[in-house]
Write a protein of this length. Structure first.
Length: 95
């Protein structure tokens, strides 16, 4: 996938480039590489734990991979942070 190659190239230059990490997680999940996506979400949150969209994608990824308790915790974090009304509504719906 060309997008992943581009993101990998950007992350080679700056491994903590949040915009690239924020795109890479969902890109990996979209091609079924959910364990790798999870690692990317965790890395991004280690850099900035206030990233609501990353908490959301992490939570959905956890639910899809049968890690329900972790998914619920992540989606509750989306609601707690509450900075994106659409993601908060989506998180509530997913719960």
């Amino acid at each position: 996938m060309a997008a992943l190659s581009s993101l990998d190239a950007a992350l080679k230059i700056d491994p903590e480039h949040l915009p690239s990490l924020m795109c890479k997680g969902p890109s990996l999940a979209a091609v079924g590489r959910r364990d790798q996506a999870q690692a990317v979400y965790e890395k991004a949150l280690g850099i900035n734990p206030s990233l609501v969209s990353v908490w959301y994608f992490k939570g959905i990824n956890e639910l899809v991979t049968n890690r329900r308790d972790a998914g619920v915790r992540s989606l509750r974090k989306v609601i707690e942070l509450g900075t994106d009304d659409e993601l908060v509504a989506d998180a509530r719906e997913a719960l």
